[in-house]
Design a protein around this ligand. Structure first.
Ligand SMILES: Cc1ncc(COP(=O)(O)O)c(C=O)c1O
Length: 373
């Protein structure tokens, strides 16, 4: 693609000297799991997210699983409510903990979990709620937190797509004990493999999570005894090298993504055939989704012009066979279902040239002028 949906090469190039030096040091130490790089990254990442503590783990899915396990939500009798408009891994993390994923519809303006619908779908089995800050935009945390307080639910924020986001001027950890991140390579902060982390304001929770990610072994204890129920999900030293090299650039990269998003918003504001989800204050722009009439024909039109795009996401989770026992069928979550038929993500990455973004926006306009749809 001439204008790819994502391109990681410029970010890697910009930081090459830093990550190469760190990788060299790791090879010098020959210590590849739970070593100095990971410890340093956790402290730096916590600071950057405005959190007291961060605990690295193997990926963003395991981060959700670890938080649920830490909160004791591990039984098939316990339901965890979340949005159907997310990566399947939100649901996979819930199921991995042993609980049952359940879904409520999204707000048509933001495409984020609708607190009103979530409230209506709680049952006496609901034990937790996972708020997904999709596309980098924070959910309505005030309302979701109040709902969770009233009903004694554990609240987890899935910030896999929202590195650097805040809500109402406060860090995400001000809104719930657990905030999970993914460092999948295409995220705003990604590594070059799998990686994840949990941010928390609670020292005891951080200590437990450090043990739980390492088979339940307490860090620093001389024996190899599992003292807590745990899993094996650790952030490795090589990934920590890349993350430490990228982290100081995150704010600048997010600022560039915001400039691209502003350009798209302006160029497409009055474009018939597309609707733009509302941005939320404090959000970072992970993707730039638009709701497009004739979505698949638009994507083909862009592809023919060398412009990449993506779909996040084509099928809402309640219609995935793996989540069939959630008890919902087609038509039950109409806002998310309609969005999934129309969503398309335009190119957006840390170094996307603004001229290329302008060209992509102009191609979208040309598609609707052409009358092809
Ligand atoms: C919203 C959301 N939640 C969870 C995940 C899972 O993260 P990972 O791929 O690191 O397991 C992802 C990434 O795919 C995601 O986008």
């Amino acid at each position: 693609m001439r204008i790819p949906a994502v391109d990681l090469r410029p970010a890697l190039e910009e930081t090459r000297a830093c990550w190469q030096a760190r990788v060299g040091e790791v090879f010098g130490r020959m210590h590849f799991i739970l070593g100095e790089e990971g410890v340093a990254f956790e402290a730096e990442f916590a600071r950057e997210m405005g959190a007291k503590h961060a605990v690295g783990c193997g990926n963003g899915t395991a981060a959700i699983e670890l938080c649920l396990r830490d909160a004791g939500i591990t039984s098939a009798k316990q339901e965890v409510l979340t949005t159907p408009l997310t990566a399947p891994f939100t649901g996979v993390g819930i199921a991995a903990a042993g609980a049952r994923p359940r879904f409520a519809d999204v707000d048509p303006r933001t495409l984020l979990l609708d607190p009103g619908d979530a409230g209506n779908r709680l049952t006496r089995r609901t034990a937790a709620l996972v708020a997904v800050h999709l596309y980098g935009m924070p959910c309505a945390m005030e309302r979701l937190r109040a709902l969770c307080r009233d009903r004694s639910l554990v609240l987890i924020q899935d910030a896999a797509q929202a590195h650097g986001a805040t809500y109402r001027g406060r860090p995400l950890t001000a809104w719930s004990r657990y905030v999970t991140y993914s460092f999948y390579p295409t995220k705003n902060l990604g590594c070059l493999g799998d990686g994840g982390a949990i941010a928390t304001g609670s020292r005891p929770a951080a200590a437990r999570l450090r043990a739980r990610r390492d088979g339940g072994r307490v860090p620093g204890s001389a024996d190899m005894v599992s003292r807590l129920e745990g899993i094996n999900s650790r952030l490795d030293e090589l990934q920590a090298c890349f993350l430490r090299a990228f982290l100081p650039r995150l704010a600048g990269w997010n600022a560039h993504r915001a400039r691209v998003a502003a350009l798209y918003r302006e160029a497409l504001a009055d474009c018939a055939g597309v609707e733009l989800p509302q941005a939320v204050e404090g959000g970072v722009q992970h993707l730039f989704p638009v709701l497009a009439d004739g979505r698949d024909r638009l994507r083909a039109f862009l592809r023919d012009r060398g412009i990449g795009s993506g779909v996040h996401y084509p099928v809402p989770l309640h219609l995935h066979p793996a989540f069939r026992d959630c008890g919902l069928k087609r038509g039950d979550l109409p806002v998310a279902e309609r969005a999934c038929r129309r969503l398309v993500s335009l190119p957006l990455w840390s170094h996307l040239p603004l001229e290329q973004a302008a060209e992509a926006a102009e191609a979208v306009r040309a598609f609707y002028r052409s009358g092809i749809r």
